[in-house]
Design a protein around this ligand. Structure first.
Ligand SMILES: O=C(O)c1cccc(C(=O)CC[C@H]2O[C@@H](n3cnc4c(=O)[nH]cnc43)[C@H](O)[C@@H]2O)c1
Length: 231
């Protein structure tokens, strides 16, 4: 039997992010209609495994055909592009610490000849979503270790010019989506600055509220984009 409907599948790391996304969709009148948010766990490996499981379940059990896959949640923002409480949308989704350390510096896995180091969301769509959400737009880095020093933040920013945010799941979600050729977006609400570790400066509530606001607007933005595409 063929999958019939095309929907948007949103993957978050934790339930609080999923609930923030769901609250936005509910405010837009889209709870349970065309969108679903699923928690997949923290980090790129959990994200890839959880996304693959969710996609297989949608395709084979629920006969749900995801037309778009979105990695969403809180993240660290690079100054000055993405201050706390703001939004960031990925132009590219980059595996920033997947590779090898060499005498000449970090070598990304793609340069070593193994697989991919980044995924590129559909450029027109990601740019339109960023504009509509008044979000910073640029590379969003996926890391397995949260940045905790100014030196590491500067190293990442130097290696990835224009980077707007870092988080831990985007590349894992994108790898699973790419397996099926599904388009992917990453949307982050900034809870903290990328830099020296300072737990007291975290603003998780503010970031979750920004995530809710983003998903309140997103269905309308995607509908306009689909109308332009004639899809
Ligand atoms: O203990 C710490 O200092 C610490 C700092 C940042 C994040 C954590 C986490 O364990 C939460 C990771 C969780 O949140 C996303 N996230 C939020 N901010 C960042 C960040 O600056 N860098 C990377 N990931 C971040 C991430 O996607 C995870 O889902 C602990």
């Amino acid at each position: 039997m063929r999958a019939r409907r095309r929907h948007v599948l949103v993957l978050t790391a934790v339930d609080a992010e999923r609930d923030a996304v769901a609250a936005g969709l509910a405010a837009a009148g889209r709870a349970g209609s065309g969108f679903e948010a699923v928690t997949v766990g923290v980090g790129p490996a959990a994200a890839a495994a959880g996304t693959m499981y969710a996609l297989m379940e949608k395709l084979t059990v629920e006969r749900w055909h995801p037309g778009l896959v979105i990695s969403a949640g809180i993240g660290g923002g690079f100054a000055p592009a993405a201050p706390v409480g703001s939004l960031a949308v990925a132009e590219t989704i980059v595996a920033a610490d997947l590779g090898a350390q060499t005498a000449e510096g970090f070598a990304p896995v793609a340069e070593l000849g193994f697989g991919r180091s980044e995924h590129r969301p559909p450029a027109g769509l990601s740019r339109s979503v960023a504009d509509a959400l008044a979000a910073a737009y640029g590379p969003v880095l996926t890391v397995s270790t949260v940045t905790g020093t100014a030196e590491r933040a500067a190293e990442l920013a130097g290696r990835h010019p224009g980077a707007v945010a870092e988080a831990m799941e985007g590349f894992g979600v994108a790898e699973a989506a790419a397996f099926f050729d599904f388009p992917v977006l990453e949307i982050r609400a900034v809870s903290n600055a990328v830099g020296p570790r300072d737990r007291a400066a975290w603003r998780i509530g503010e970031a979750l509220a920004a995530l809710t606001s983003a998903f309140g607007k997103l269905p309308g933005v995607l509908e306009v984009e689909a109308a332009h595409d004639g899809t």
